[in-house]
Every structure is written in structure tokens, then in C-alpha cells.
Design a protein. Structure first.
Length: 146
């Protein structure tokens, strides 16, 4: 039954996972808008330069999609607002799987390999952008592991 439903849906041009706002399609060959909140050992901000283990991973993901990263620096709350209002595609910082923002935004699986201390680091995305989340998690699984 499930296979038949998937076959019917694929014939209708519906892709699963999907992005209601088309984020993955928009960023491919375009701009990936990423919010960064400084977090020791994970995300460093020096003027216009964003670095750290999570920033390196995001830059790699962007390169894999032929996308250019456009950085915005702010507090976690400002970044979550940006995700909710469609101004950002991803948010990085010291967020972990216990993030209080999970009621307002989507949260990737945890990636302790991104943290020098092995913390359960996550990346935040807009709710419902499942194709973007699937592509990002697939990239991270392949490049840094879980």
C-alpha cells in the first residue's frame, strides 16, 4: 500500500522530503543564509570572518550545493526569529540537542564530532524545510559522522 502511494505521488511530481518554501532548490547555485551566534570552540566571529568547526561544516555543505554563504551574526533569539521569518536558512552556535528553540524551529540530529569536547551539537533550520534538513544531515553524516 505504501509503495503504491509513493508511486502515485511521484507520478504527480511530488517529492519527499519536500521544502514548502523551496529552500534547498533556492540555495543550490544561490545564497545560503546562515546565522551565527559565537560559541567557544564551535563558532568564532572576527569582524566579517566566521570560523570554527561548525562554520567549516556549513561552508562545506554550501560548496556541495554550489551555494555562497551569506553570514548574519546575532544572538540565538535573533537567529531563531530569522529562521521563523524566512530571513535565514540555517543557524549555528552552541546549540545542543536540549535546545529550548525546538518548539519554534527544526533541529538536526546531534553531531558530537563537530565539538572539540564531544558536545551534542545541532544546527537549527526553519520548520518544515525537510529536503534541506535531509540534504544537510546527509552531508554531515558523510563528512563528520554522528
Amino acid at each position: 500500500m505504501v509503495f503504491a502511494l509513493m508511486l502515485v505521488l511521484s507520478g504527480c511530481g511530488i517529492r519527499i522530503p519536500a521544502d514548502p518554501d523551496g529552500t534547498l532548490e533556492r540555495i543550490s547555485g544561490g545564497d545560503l543564509r546562515v546565522g551565527a551566534s559565537p560559541a567557544a570552540g564551535l563558532v568564532s566571529v572576527d569582524g566579517n570572518e566566521i570560523s570554527g568547526s561548525i562554520a567549516v561544516a556549513v561552508n562545506g555543505f554550501a560548496a556541495s550545493r554550489d551555494a555562497h554563504v551569506v553570514w548574519t551574526v546575532g544572538s540565538e533569539e535573533e537567529l531563531v526569529d530569522g529562521l521563523e521569518n524566512g530571513r535565514l536558512d540555517l543557524a549555528i552556535g552552541g546549540m545542543t540537542e536540549q535546545t529550548p528553540w525546538s518548539e519554534r524551529v527544526s533541529v538536526t540530529r546531534s553531531y558530537p564530532a563537530l565539538s572539540p569536547e564531544g558536545r551534542e551539537v545541532v544546527i537549527l533550520l526553519p520548520m518544515g524545510e525537510n529536503a534541506l534538513q535531509s540534504a544537510l544531515e546527509g552531508y554531515l553524516d558523510d563528512k563528520v559522522g554522528t
